[in-house]
Design a protein around this ligand. Sequence first.
Ligand SMILES: CC(C)(COP(=O)(O)OP(=O)(O)OC[C@H]1O[C@@H](n2cnc3c(N)ncnc32)[C@H](O)[C@@H]1OP(=O)(O)O)[C@@H](O)C(=O)NCCC(=O)NCCS
Length: 183
Amino acid sequence: MKFEPKTIILKDGRSCTLRPTHPDDAAEMIAYMKQIAEETRFTLRTPEEVTYTLEQEREILGHLLEDNGSVMMLAEVDGQVAGNCSISGMGYKSRVLHRCSLAIALKKDFWNLGIGFAMITYLTELARQIGFEQIELDVVSDNERGIKLYEKCGFVETGKRLRAMKYNDGTYADETIMSKLLK
Ligand SMILES: CC(C)(COP(=O)(O)OP(=O)(O)OC[C@H]1O[C@@H](n2cnc3c(N)ncnc32)[C@H](O)[C@@H]1OP(=O)(O)O)[C@@H](O)C(=O)NCCC(=O)NCCS
C-alpha cells in the first residue's frame, strides 16, 4: 500500500528515508535480495534462489503498492537500499483476517543503526491502520540481534519450530515464533 515517507536519523548521524517500494526499485531490490542472501543465514533464500527477472520484480512491486492489505517498506540511506521490511496478511479466510506476518532484512553495512527499530515501529502503526490485530514472525533461535530487536518492539515468544531450517552443510536451525498483539 502507499504510505507517507518518513525520515529518521540513524545512530551514526546519517538520515534514512522509510518509504514504499516502487516498481522502479526492481533492479536494486534484486541486487539487495542477492546481497542479504550472501551475508546472512537468517533469511530463507540462498543466493541461487534469488531468480526474479526485472520484469517479474517490477510486477510484484507494482501489485504490492496497490494492495491495501500489505505494506512493503524500503529503507534508503545515501540514495541506496539499506533494507526492507514488510507485513502481509495471513490470507483471505475470515478467521485469519486479523493476523499479519512481518519480515525484515538489512544489508550488513546497515545493521545496528536503529533502522530495524524504526521500520517495525512505523509498520506497527500501518498494521493498526489496516485493521490487523496482531503481528507474527519467525526468527532463527540463535539470531540474538533479531530477537533483541523484536523484544524491544514488544514481541513475545509464543512457541518453537524445531529444525525449521536445513543448511547445505546438513545442519539445522530451530525457529522461535513471536507475536505482538495490537489491541
Ligand atoms: C536483525 C535485523 C533486522 C535488526 O535490525 P537493526 O537495524 O540491525 O536493529 P536495530 O539497530 O534497530 O536494533 C538492534 C538491537 O540489537 C542489539 N544487538 C546488536 N547485536 C546484538 C547481539 N549480538 N546480541 C543481542 N543484541 C544485539 C543492538 O544493540 C540493538 O539494541 P539497542 O538499540 O537497544 O542498542 C538486522 O540486523 C538484519 O537485517 N540482520 C540480518 C537478517 C535478519 O536477521 N533478519 C531477520 C530475520 S527474522
